[in-house]
Design a protein around this ligand. Structure first.
Ligand code: NAD
Ligand code: TYD
Length: 381
């Protein structure tokens, strides 16, 4: 038998090794993989992991290059990996999706493309329904048509969020895979809707689907509108840190590369039709997390302790701000042996270091230079 897994004080459990899984027929071997949203934050880490780990796969990164898509995130992969190919496209364009499935013989999909920021969804919910719901639907339809004659060995993996479960109020409670959906923001409502379509295609048309719901990610290459990169950038520039409401909202943070590893695990070894929650049992009140970020960033910048404390600025709360998210990922651990590789203290220091060492990446984004560059190179379609 393979490794013995332990999680917290839970019982030890035997997990089959990779060789055993292949013999048992549980290890899927798709070859032409379409990764949508690969130029974004999480997608770029998934693309890198797959291109490097599976040189015999062909990895097609389909991305519309919205404000959140940035090919800079993948310049190492584009230079080093002959199995990587970028396709500019919109998941809402059904004909284009059909052509991609036909032309490249796609047999596996990892679907990450989405509008992903709650604040933007409050300002423009239609964009979220368009991309997250209708875009997912057109991708499902293209997969269904392409695989109609033979679903064997195919997989449509939909990457979703814990936000579909709503907000936790009772201390000590967690989201499990059977928790009822109760989305509270236009973003989470659109992701919940896309999850339902994915499962409906599994149930109605026999499309082989799998869904995962992950907690908040942090790490390199996250667009600086989200809490952690925004605040690191503001600390660097001595700008105010806008804390919504009282700062007591709780999020469960996972290092992005651990999410990518979980996606790899589920893609290859997850059971078709199942849902897996992904999280690292790592809850933080926003204000506590912000204080850790300030302390670490000040140390790395050579500032005296407490230097940036005064940047904390309490501002009006986000409309409908969910109080607490917390994921129970026991199923993923016990069934497939995944667990996070990084402790939070290590992950957050690595992350802050990355943003401080990659100021040009941040500056390009905040100046809009990269958007102009790609508009010229690929056109605006
Ligand atoms: P992101 O906003 O950084 O990246 C999204 C990517 O999708 C961008 O590259 C963008 O150009 C692309 N895209 C947007 N609309 C598109 C369209 N119509 N056609 C093709 N490409 C399009 O998002 P992220 O944080 O990397 O999240 C990726 C996925 O993971 C999303 O589905 C999100 O819901 C989910 N998720 C995110 C988190 C998190 O903490 N960031 C946590 C759990 C799940
Ligand atoms: P965010 O990174 O937007 O992720 P999500 O809303 O999907 O959890 O926000 C994380 C938490 O930080 C959330 O509780 C909202 C809060 N927040 C602030 O307090 N100030 C900010 O400027 C931002 C962007 C977020």
């Amino acid at each position: 038998m393979g490794l013995i897994a332990t999680i917290g004080k839970k019982e030890k459990k035997e997990i089959p090794s990779l060789d055993e899984l292949i013999v048992m027929g549980n290890y899927k071997t798709m070859r032409n993989i379409l990764i949508t949203g690969g130029a974004g934050f999480i997608g770029s880490h998934v693309v890198r992991l797959f291109c490097r780990t599976y040189p015999d796969y062909r990895i097609y990164n389909l991305d519309k290059l919205t404000y959140a898509g940035n090919l800079e995130n993948l310049k190492d992969v584009a230079a080093e990996c002959p199995n990587y190919r970028f396709i500019k496209g919109d998941i809402c364009d059904l004909d284009h999706m059909r052509r991609i499935f036909g032309e490249y013989g796609i047999d596996g999909v990892i679907h990450l493309a989405a509008e992903s920021h709650v604040d933007r969804s409050i300002r423009d919910p239609f964009a979220f329904a368009q991309t997250n719901v209708l875009g997912t639907l057109s991708l499902l339809q293209a997969a269904r048509e392409a695989w109609a004659d033979d679903m064997e060995g195919k997989l449509f993996y939909h990457v979703s969020t814990d936000e579909v479960y709503g907000s936790l109020h009772e201390p000590g409670t967690f989201f499990v895979e059977t928790t009822s959906y109760d989305p509270q923001s236009p973003y989470s409502a659109s992701k919940a809707s896309s999850d339902h379509f994915v499962r409906a295609f599994g149930n109605t048309y026999g499309l082989p689907v799998v869904v995962s719901n992950c907690s908040n990610n942090y790490g390199p290459n996250q667009f600086p509108e989200k809490l952690i990169p925004l605040f690191i950038n503001n600390i660097r520039h001595g700008k105010p840190l806008p804390v919504y409401g009282t700062g007591e909202n709780v999020r469960d943070w996972l290092y992005v590369i651990d999410h990518a590893r979980a996606i790899d695990t589920i893609f290859h070894r997850g059971r078709v039709g199942e849902t897996y929650n992904i999280g690292g049992f790592n809850e933080w009140r926003n204000i506590d997390l912000i204080r850790v970020m300030i302390r670490t960033a000040d140390r790395l910048l050579g500032n005296p302790e407490g230097h940036s404390d005064g940047l904390i600025t309490y501002v009006q709360d986000r409309a409908g701000h969910d109080l607490r998210y917390a994921i129970d990922s026991t199923k993923l651990h016990e069934e497939l042996g995944w667990e996070p590789s990084l402790q939070f203290e290590e992950g957050i220091e690595k992350t802050i270091r990355w943003y401080l060492d990659n100021q040009e990446w941040l500056d390009n984004i905040t100046s809009g230079a990269y958007e102009r560059y790609y508009a010229e190179m690929y056109g605006n379609k």
